[in-house]
Design a protein around this ligand. Structure first.
Ligand code: CP3
Length: 343
């Protein structure tokens, strides 16, 4: 009989002698083979919508490093595009979208259940991955959480303080709430389709959760995540879900329990001892090496990796970075990190 995958064991709450490990953005520009495949595809979005090539870049870090999990290669902004927003990537700058500033813009969006034709290539990528990954590698599907996706849809780009989204939330709450509901419904439909195609774990990225304060955090970070996870678990009771309310600080306390997640991903600002006492008490945690170590390497990387493994060793833990690996990272430092974890 096949032993259960390490990542799944940690997600079910098992404390393991060696934690499973993967990295956010593990398929990315720090890898020469990723850059070559992206060039073959033409550009980033063409890569996302080419199932063979998107699967290829997902496989690349698994072949090179033997991570315990592969994450579907796609982007959180494919959902707004499937809802009818314009989306393009400015080289060296990041994403650009058509903006949402009032009720008329909402009327131009498609209904949540109309996203599947557009996203069919992503589901095909998941099928290729489910069939082709090594038996010990778990397959993670994902989506952006509604607040984070809304910040991009409203501003039309990444923003340092999510100002335009906060402004619309204050000035036109009806439009803002309707947008959040539309994204939430679309996200449920999208994630259910990923699971149907073979995703074994789902991760919800709320990269900008940290800018929601007080009751706003409850209404726009907790509630949508709870709704999405409840909808997933209603159909797939055993599906593990990882929630990532990045920079939630003290709101990490009780987050997993409140939304029904099996694991909470920690950003690098979270102190490990604090997280053991306040977050890992409720179950599995993931994280949280600062991505900068993948650029600088050396003994500091080894020491910090060992410190994190040790700190979380009394409970369920998945080793990861606190945010995505950057293009400047050295693949040799990934090897160094893996040796520090696995010996
Ligand atoms: O982690 C993985 O390897 C899986 C694939 C993945 C990508 N984006 C590929 C990508 C995942 C899970 C994401 C999530 C994502 N996308 C988030 C949430 C996580 C986070 O980083 O906070 C966000 C906010 C986005 C939106 C997005 N996509 C931005 C802001 C950018 C530009 C910044 C950048 O790194 O260039 C992207 C582009 C993007 N998404 C790249 C990759 C590999 C780089 C594109 C390229 O190859 O040029």
């Amino acid at each position: 009989m096949m032993a259960e995958k390490l990542l799944m064991r940690a997600l079910r709450g098992e404390t393991l002698a060696t934690p499973p490990v993967w990295m956010m953005r593990q398929a990315g520009r720090y890898l020469p083979e990723y850059r070559a495949t992206r060039a073959e595809a033409g550009d980033f979005l063409s890569l996302c919508y080419n199932p063979e090539l998107a699967a290829e870049v997902t496989f690349q870090p698994i072949r090179r490093f033997g991570f315990d999990a592969a994450i579907l290669f796609a982007d959180i902004l494919l959902v707004p595009q499937a809802l009818g927003a314009d989306l393009w990537f400015e080289t060296g700058e990041g994403p650009r979208l058509s903006t949402i500033s009032g009720p008329d813009d909402l009327l131009r969006l498609k209904p949540a259940d109309a996203i599947h034709d557009h996203l069919a290539p992503v589901y095909e990528t998941v099928r290729i991955l489910a069939a082709g990954l090594p038996a010990e590698t778990a397959l993670i599907g994902f989506a952006g959480a509604p607040w984070t996706v809304a910040t991009y849809m409203i501003a039309g780009r990444g923003t340092p303080d999510q100002g335009p989204a906060h402004a619309l939330k204050a000035s036109d709450p009806a439009t803002f709430d309707a947008l959040m509901a539309r994204i939430t419904d679309a996200t449920i439909a999208y994630l259910l389709a990923q699971v149907a195609a073979g995703a074994e774990v789902i991760k919800l990225f709320d990269s900008w959760a940290g800018s929601l304060k007080g009751a706003d955090f409850d209404k726009y970070a907790l509630d949508p995540a709870r709704r999405i996870i409840a909808a997933l678990k209603a159909k797939h009771p055993d599906l593990p879900v990882i929630a990532f309310p990045r920079e939630a600080r003290e709101r990490y306390i009780g987050f997993g329990r409140a939304v029904g997640a099996d694991c909470v991903a920690l950003d690098s600002s979270v102190d490990a001892a604090w997280a053991v006492a306040n977050v890992q008490v409720d179950g599995c945690v993931q994280g949280n090496l600062a991505p900068g170590h993948m650029v600088t390497g050396g003994q500091a990387l080894i020491d910090e990796t060992r410190r994190i493994v040790e700190a979380f060793s009394t409970g369920p833990h998945i080793f990861n970075l606190g945010h995505g690996i950057t293009p400047e990272a050295d693949p040799a430092n990934v090897e160094l990190m893996l040796r520090a974890i696995r010996g």
